[in-house]
Design a protein around this ligand. Structure first.
Ligand SMILES: NC(=O)c1ccc[n+]([C@@H]2O[C@H](COP(=O)([O-])OP(=O)(O)OC[C@H]3O[C@@H](n4cnc5c(N)ncnc54)[C@H](OP(=O)(O)O)[C@@H]3O)[C@@H](O)[C@H]2O)c1
Length: 295
């Protein structure tokens, strides 16, 4: 059994690849920017890259890029792939998901997989703990984080738990072919998350409440308007309203989901003045063009 891990530079893919390596499972990494011996070029929006990436693969860990999904499915079937594990999003479960830009790519890819002969396992996380990296700029500069809804709850889930869940469904056929809603162990407001980060950093992390309009204008250069609107809508709906949690991480991994406090302690370096991230980098939320429940 050989496994293709797409999106190799991503946080979840990196953690999954480390697990596969540590346990000696045959796998190949695919990335738009391949680096390293076991990595091939795989751009999910460029079907020309699919044949080499998929050759010999029986399972795939897939990021939700919608533009090439029909061609990807066709090539995967032709290559003999049997099982695809999709990193989807719990945004697909929202009542208005059909009109939600945060859910769109995930829905399109889920639908294409479910309509195909491939066995599909859908991992639907809520909000990633890594979204907090979007605060690295102000935290490193020592300025307040500007929040439109400091009281909005999310369910931050650790990237290592997502990778362990993916590992479980890739390696245990009894778990495959279903969908899982993956959350962290606690519903936390953004203010809670900043206070937990502050404890890990050993200094207070102030925030400043801004209006939705101010926030949208400030992020306009890197978050497209429809995504910003959808995020604001999601946060407004979660303002003072605890997120619904699941035990699916535990069911898949056999142990409790990691807390946001654990995540914060492990990522202190990303928020310190000499952290490896560029203070200009707006973080995963902006780089993916969207985030939040689940984007
Ligand atoms: N942030 C959230 O709260 C949240 C919630 C629910 C679901 N999600 C899903 O999780 C994803 C982020 O996962 P992450 O944190 O592991 O990623 P990340 O660290 O933000 O990195 C972005 C990933 O997207 C991959 N990617 C983007 N465009 C691609 C393309 N055309 N072809 C192949 N790969 C492509 C990149 O792969 P390469 O650069 O290696 O090509 C990389 O793995 C989001 O894009 C979203 O689908 C996020």
């Amino acid at each position: 059994m050989s496994i293709l891990v797409t999106g190799a530079r991503g946080a979840v893919a990196r953690n999954l690849a480390a697990l596969l390596s540590a346990r000696g499972l045959a796998h190949r990494l695919g990335s738009r920017e391949p680096a390293g011996p076991r990595t091939v070029r795989c751009d999910l929006s460029d079907p020309g890259t699919f044949p080499e990436a998929l050759a010999g693969a029986r399972s795939v860990f897939l990021y939700a890029e919608a533009s090439g999904i029909e061609a990807f499915v066709e090539e995967a079937v032709a290559a003999g792939v049997e099982h695809v594990v999709l990193l989807s999003s719990s945004a697909v479960l929202a009542p208005a998901a059909a009109d939600n830009p945060l859910a769109a790519a995930h829905r399109t890819v889920e639908d294409a997989l479910l309509a195909s002969p491939l066995r599909a396992t859908l991992l639907r996380p809520g909000s990633f703990a890594t979204n907090a990296l979007g605060w690295a700029g102000p935290l490193r500069a020592g300025t307040p984080v500007r929040l439109p809804y400091p009281g909005a709850h999310t369910d931050p889930v650790h990237e290592a738990d997502l990778a362990e869940a993916a590992y479980a469904v890739l390696t245990d056929p009894a778990l495959a072919g279903r969908s899982y809603t993956l959350t962290g162990p606690q519903s936390l407001t953004f203010a809670d998350q900043l206070s937990i980060l502050g404890r890990a950093l050993g200094r207070p992390v102030p925030y400043e409440e801004v209006t939705a309009e101010q926030w949208k204008a400030e992020v306009g250069a890197f978050i497209p308007g429809p995504y910003a609107d959808a995020l604001l809508e999601y946060w407004a709906a979660g303002d003072g309203v605890p997120a619904t949690l699941t035990d699916h991480v535990t069911r898949l991994t056999g142990r409790p989901a990691r807390s946001f406090g654990t995540w914060a302690e492990e990522h202190v370096g990303d928020f310190s003045a000499d952290g490896f991230r560029n203070a200009e980098d707006p973080g995963p939320l902006a780089r993916t063009g969207a985030s939040g429940k689940g984007e």
